[in-house]
Ligand binder design. Structure first.
Ligand code: UDP
Length: 487
């Protein structure tokens, strides 16, 4: 085997907006450091990415970067909602996995090829990549884009939860504390575990997928997380006992933006959108006309959906709070036959006065806008860490996967907002929105500022996340030139 191979990283995200966005940012950071990077996208997600962004021209400036696509057997033309998550993952497992194996073991990116990959960075959810890495003699560093608090409580400890008899739940008491997970005994109730833990069937495909991941990730060479050390100081020491080599490089979007802005010339492209929907930037002009910290931003991300009944509760709650609002209503995100003619005229009229509704927003810019005072969110991890970065308190209305854990940590650990999980009531929503927006009378602003400052510190030159990114790059160089050791 040739041990003087040129370092060449393969990045392979699961085909959804959040993970692809994070993976592109990581890819660009590695490119900026001079590493060769191949970005492997499944066809289903690559099409809308090319349609709605400038990624091709943006990445064209890196001669050391290459996009490559791989079939995934997903028929849908447009990005799918969360209820189809497992459908996409099953198609990828059936169609992509064998192709990927061939590509890495004996094909175009294998050790035998002209451009051999020396380190693989797959999404941690693609745990099959770890075995493929062993067969292909290529070290694997996993990238997990869900929150570390969820990764710890509900993924890495899922086998423990099952063994302890905590999952599946016995009885209906969702408020029972979960005591079998080290570090979070006083925080996590059953309802705060990842949503799939509510299943009463251990052969549920999501549970099977996550159990596989729990067994595989500790076998990888390392694990990349989108967090910073202080934010997850409660769980990182526990996690490191299982996965000693963790790279905390968050908030990734700001680390990326800071390093990119420092390195590109002013004539070069400076928009960083990786959105698989068309961003409507008109909302930024609307925000420009609002007073500082007065607007509540409402978004449920790229996968969550709400029923018409839930829409009406949230809508009334937000309007009745009296705060101006910017609301993202992603196409397909309202289920059950939305019909505007059925919406009370008063609600529509008030919305015209104080609201702005768009299909997809440039969210990072929205959250960074001075007019934003609060975020009613589904508590996706990217949205949460973007909000933390900008010091914006949150009302959390989690939908699935890590969001149930994130919303608990937002309220209970970081004291950054109100967790509305398992409720959807206009009066509660109105109160929660007032609570986070009323800066004089809440403690959220103080903790939001504290966390935002710590986040900013972490991405300065000597900050923990910058140092961890440097360590990741150094390690890639070292393991690329070291004989493969499957341990
Ligand atoms: N996002 C965006 N525009 C929108 C709504 C969301 O750019 O109108 C981005 C947001 O900034 C975040 C991602 O989409 O980076 C959503 O990821 P998250 O992990 O919060 O939730 P998911 O969509 O995976 O459920």
């Amino acid at each position: 085997m040739d041990h003087t191979l040129e370092p060449h990283v393969l990045i392979f995200p699961i085909p959804f907006q959040g993970p692809v966005n994070c993976a592109l940012k990581l890819a660009e950071l590695l490119c900026l450091s001079g590493l060769h990077v191949t970005f492997l996208n499944t066809e289903h997600i690559h099409r809308p990415l090319l349609r709605h962004t400038q990624v091709l021209s943006r990445f064209n400036r890196y001669p050391n970067f290459k996009f490559q696509t791989i079939p995934d057997g997903v028929e849908h033309e447009k990005p799918v909602s969360g209820d189809r998550f497992m459908e996409v993952m099953a198609a990828v497992d059936a169609v992509t996995k064998p192709l990927f194996r061939e590509m890495m073991v004996s094909g175009g990116l294998s050790r035998k090829s002209d451009r051999p990959v020396t380190v693989m960075i797959p999404d941690a959810c693609f745990s099959f990549a770890i075995d493929i890495g062993i067969d292909a003699s290529i070290p694997v560093i996993c990238f997990e884009t869900v929150s570390p608090c969820c990764l710890w409580t509900s993924y890495l400890n899922l086998p423990t939860l099952i063994e302890a008899g905590d999952v599946p739940f016995k009885g209906n008491d969702l408020d029972q504390m979960i005591t079998s997970v080290p570090g979070t005994e006083h925080i996590t109730r059953r309802r705060d575990l990842a949503s799939f833990c509510r299943s009463d069937d251990l052969s549920n495909p999501v549970i099977e997928l996550i159990v596989k991941e729990a067994h595989a990730v500790p076998r990888a060479h390392g694990l990349i997380l989108n967090t910073f050390e202080e934010l997850d100081s409660l769980i990182l020491p526990h996690m490191r006992k299982l996965c000693p080599n963790i790279y905390t490089i968050g908030p990734l979007h700001t680390l990326h933006k800071t390093q990119l802005t420092a390195k590109i010339t002013s004539s070069q492209e400076t928009t960083f959108s990786n959105s698989v929907w068309k961003e409507d930037r008109s909302c930024i002009s609307w925000l420009d006309n609002q007073d500082p910290k007065t607007v509540v931003y409402v978004s449920i991300g790229s996968l969550a959906t709400m029923t018409v009944e839930q829409l009406l509760e949230i809508w009334h709650g937000v309007v009745n709070s009296g705060k101006p609002f910017l609301w993202v209503r992603r196409p397909g995100s309202i289920t059950g036959g939305y019909d505007e003619s059925q919406i009370p005229a008063k609600l529509l009229a008030r919305t015209k006065e104080i609201g702005c509704i768009v299909e997809w927003a440039p969210q990072e810019d929205v959250l960074a806008h001075s007019a934003i005072g609060g975020f009613l969110t589904h508590s996706g991890w990217n949205s949460t860490i973007e909000s933390i970065m900008e010091g914006v308190p949150m009302v959390c209305w989690p939908y699935f996967v890590d969001q149930q854990v994130n919303s608990r940590f937002v309220e209970e650990v970081w004291k950054l907002g109100v967790d509305m999980k398992d409720t959807c009531d206009r009066l509660l929503i109105e109160k929660a929105v007032r609570d986070i927006m009323d800066q004089k009378h809440n403690g959220f602003t103080k903790s939001a500022n504290t966390w935002a400052n710590l986040a900013k510190d972490s991405i300065t030159k000597m900050g923990s996340s910058s140092i961890q990114l440097g360590r990741l790059i150094d390690d890639i160089l070292v393991i690329s030139s070291t004989p493969f050791d499957p341990k």
